[in-house]
Design a protein around this ligand. Structure first.
Ligand code: 3PG
Ligand code: MG
Length: 412
């Protein structure tokens, strides 16, 4: 992958060059008040160093990004306007403009108005059907319009590199291009997680659906984890594991279609000597609500009228113990419904265990994914307490599944 330094050499300097940067500025927004509020600005902060690098070199920086999943047409609630405000704050001293469209005459004029070292953020790229189109021709035609706005392209939206979208993939084939600093860092971390990691290697998986994690578990048990390593499972997905090992799970989330596959995982972990750590107790409630009488119950005796919403305190202690001497830890997915305090204990304990493993013995700890990253920050942890907090959820998982990521392949 070419770096920005390589691109600078190729172009004979970046001053005065129009550089299109794909960032991932897809941040969670709270729409309950009068104005939308960004609840975790981690992805915006992570995008700043690459933008500064280009601005300092005198480039005219055009940033393109998505927010949410609009269906190819403008929708006010998916506007990048609140992100523009935050980006302008973070890029103190830089002229940061916003263009309410992505391509066409208005965007062309806004780009032409940029001076050296100035930045323009284009409105949500997914307001254009061409961005995500499965039709190569339609996507390519949109990429042509994007490419016409710039002299070069920098791919820095790591969280979207698993998408074969115009601004991620096709535009790189049309312009001199490079990987931004964030993409380079994320890829280096993933290489370290997949190439000769220090062991014991512990992977913690959570989140609601086991169906989202099948690919990664296949690859973990197929090749990445070996004897003495650990796989810890919590979150909504764990109830399919509990059911697969013969427990009644009451009204908890259950993906019955995957029971056989999960039984296979339990067997292959055993065959390989990978320790599979499942909760022995859970916090179960009568409904999906903070005040639905949460109680700690044994994982062997979840009452029929209750659903599990977090791992219990004994499990949290066991998970922490299984992480204490790990040399490499990857974590994706909350252990429970951490947004509600009665169900935040498991996620908090796992975050603390990652922090302790790094502090005590220098373990390499990686938090993967939008939800998990937001969770650790919401619970009051600092980014520096972890080896790395990834900006990519789906992208990190697909890399760990061993898949080819279109947005990375196109840069090679
Ligand atoms: C994410 O939030 O995982 C990335 O921004 C990609 O978004 P997407 O899943 O809507 O493509
Ligand atoms: Mg997502």
């Amino acid at each position: 992958m070419k770096t920005i330094d390589d691109l600078e050499a190729q172009l004979g300097g970046l001053a005065g060059k129009r550089v299109l940067v794909r960032s991932d500025l897809n941040v969670p927004l709270d729409h309950s008040g009068e104005q939308p509020v960004i609840t975790d600005d981690g992805r915006i902060r992570a995008s700043v160093p690459t933008l500064r690098r280009l601005l300092d070199a005198g480039a005219r920086v055009v940033v393109t990004a998505h927010l949410g999943r609009p269906k190819g047409a403008p929708e006010a609630k998916y506007s990048l306007a609140p992100v523009h405000a935050r980006l302008a704050e973070l890029l103190d001293g830089v002229d940061v403009a916003f263009c309410p469209v992505t391509v066409g005459a208005e965007a062309t004029a806004a780009v032409a108005a940029l001076g050296d070292g100035q930045l323009l953020l284009l409105e949500n790229i997914r307001f254009n059907a061409g961005e995500t189109s499965k039709d190569e021709g339609e996507r390519g035609a949109f990429a042509d319009e994007l490419a016409a706005l710039a002299d070069a392209y920098v791919s820095d939206g790591f969280g979207a590199v698993h998408r074969k979208h115009a601004s991620v993939y096709d535009v790189a084939r049309r312009l001199p291009h490079a990987a931004g600093g964030l993409v380079a860092t994320e890829v280096e971390v993933l290489r370290r997680l997949t190439t000769d990691p220090e062991r014991p290697y512990a992977v913690v998986l959570g989140g609601s659906k086991v169906s989202d994690k099948l690919g990664v578990i296949d690859n973990l048990l197929g090749s990445l984890l070996t004897s003495g390593d650990r796989l810890l499972v919590g979150g909504g997905m764990v109830f399919t594991f509990l059911a697969a090992t013969g427990r009644e799970v009451g009204k908890s989330l259950l993906e019955a279609d995957h029971l056989d596959r999960v039984r296979g995982y339990v067997q292959s972990a055993q065959d390989k000597g990978v320790e599979l750590v499942l909760p022995t107790d859970v916090v179960a409630a009568t409904a999906f609500a903070a005040d639905a009488d949460p109680q700690v119950v044994s994982a062997d005796a979840i009452p029929a009228d209750r659903l599990g919403l977090d791992i219990g305190p004994d499990s949290a202690a066991a998970f922490a113990a299984a992480l204490a001497d790990a040399r490499t830890v990857f974590w994706n997915g909350p252990m429970g419904v951490f947004e509600m305090e009665p169900y935040a204990g498991g996620t908090r304990a796992v975050a603390q265990a990652l922090v302790d493993a790094k502090a005590a013995s220098g373990a390499f700890s990686v938090v993967g994914g939008g939800d998990s990253a937001a969770a650790v920050r919401t619970l009051g942890f600092a980014d520096e307490q972890f080896g790395h907090i990834s900006t990519g959820g789906g992208a990190s998982l697909e890399y760990l599944e061993g898949k080819q990521l279109p947005g990375l392949d196109v840069l090679d």
